[in-house]
Design a protein around this ligand. Structure first.
Ligand code: ADP
Ligand code: MG
Length: 230
């Protein structure tokens, strides 16, 4: 089972994973209201209008619009709602945009890839992290597998602090960002197990200018067999 980015971010927030402020919108009018509220609440004109479809790769396909001001947000919403987006993950027929997520625009100092998944071979949860975030991680996996750092979680003890440190070093995070990363990743690992996920992906996780780690994108898939528990 697959959910939208804005729904995955609601789950993230329940586990204390920092995300940008955002509001889901189902019409242009709602998107404008959302943009105005975010501009007011964050005291910044920069908002991001994001198409909600069950596929990634939206940025490159024009499905993520970083704009300034409520009028520009309106134009972006008009352009996106009802549009068929074709991304490398939708197939050639594309997917129709029926929902938007209007989000606070954040200044990005660094973009990283972070994900939890099930490794069938070791029968453990694997955490993957890479400094090559934001871009096509499949391509990194193929051409530069050494740039993806992995740790495997022992189910008896859970994700250990030394494993988080290992990943943080691999990403080359500052001392302050490491503390923030520790909290984010501990929460992600807990969420992954408690919510019966098959994948929980943050691409990109960003580091802001003041060295805070934030989930800028969120993708969660659930294991169908665990659905009865929720
Ligand atoms: P997708 O993975 O479907 O392309 P993302 O949510 O990862 O969509 O967004 C693509 C890119 O757009 C990000 O890598 C980032 O550069 C930019 N972006 C997305 N959300 C924000 C935001 N809230 N603030 C600033 N930039 C953003
Ligand atoms: Mg993404």
């Amino acid at each position: 089972m697959n959910i939208h980015e804005y729904q995955a971010k609601e789950v993230f927030r329940r586990y204390g994973i920092p995300t940008p402020q955002g509001i889901a919108a189902f019409s242009v009018a709602e998107a404008v209201e959302a943009a105005k509220r975010l501009i007011h609440d964050t005291d910044s004109q920069v908002v991001v209008v994001k198409a909600q479809i069950h596929a990634g790769g939206r940025g490159k396909a024009g499905g993520v619009k970083v704009v300034k001001g409520a009028d520009a947000a309106k134009s972006a919403a008009e352009e996106l709602l009802g549009k068929v987006l074709v991304t490398p993950q939708t197939g050639p027929e594309g997917k129709k945009v029926q929902r938007l997520y209007v989000e606070q625009g954040l200044a990005i100092a660094g973009e990283y890839y972070l994900a939890a998944a099930v490794d069938r071979e070791s029968k453990r949860v694997v955490i993957m992290a890479s400094s090559e975030g934001g871009v096509d991680i499949e391509e990194v996996a193929e051409k530069h597998p050494e740039k993806i750092h992995k740790v495997f979680v022992d189910p008896a003890v859970g994700l250990m602090p030394y494993q988080i440190r290992q990943l943080a070093y691999g990403l080359g995070l500052s001392k302050k960002a490491q503390r923030s990363f520790h909290k984010l990743l501990s929460s992600l690992a807990q969420l992954f197990v408690e919510e019966d996920c098959s994948i929980a992906e943050v691409n990109p996780m960003i580091v802001t200018a003041d060295q805070e780690c934030i989930a800028l994108d969120a993708k969660i898939n659930f294991v169908g067999n665990g659905a009865f528990r929720h």
